[in-house]
Design a protein. Structure first.
Length: 106
């Protein structure tokens, strides 16, 4: 590695390390190089799992009864039927408009 490449790497490393890191941030610095070339890449991201889903609280007996009644009302109105298409994939068909979006329960 020549001196010019070393100086370039030192500049990049100093910029990355001297910038302030925000709470909850992750910085990933990757450098590769050989005798004639040298390259560094820094990726900055928010720490944590982006796929975290909030779980609703457990339902009480009253909410369970309301949900069951709402589901029965929807089934009585929409009459969902699953039919297989030519590829074998189950496709649902409904007897009322809007049922594919969960409408008709209010």
């Amino acid at each position: 590695m020549c001196i010019r490449d070393s100086i370039g790497a030192a500049i990049i490393l100093s910029v990355v390390t001297l910038t302030s890191a925000h709470a909850g941030s992750v910085i990933d610095l990757s450098c590769v190089g050989g005798a004639k070339s040298f390259n560094c890449v820094a990726q900055i991201a928010t720490a944590g799992d982006p796929y975290i889903r909030v779980v609703p609280e457990a339902l009480g007996e009253v909410q369970k009864a309301q949900a069951t009644a709402r589901d029965r009302k929807w089934v009585a109105r929409c009459h969902p039927v699953a039919e297989r298409d030519s590829y074998g994939v189950a496709r649902y068909h409904y007897s009322a408009p809007g049922c594919e979006f969960g409408l008709g329960t209010e």
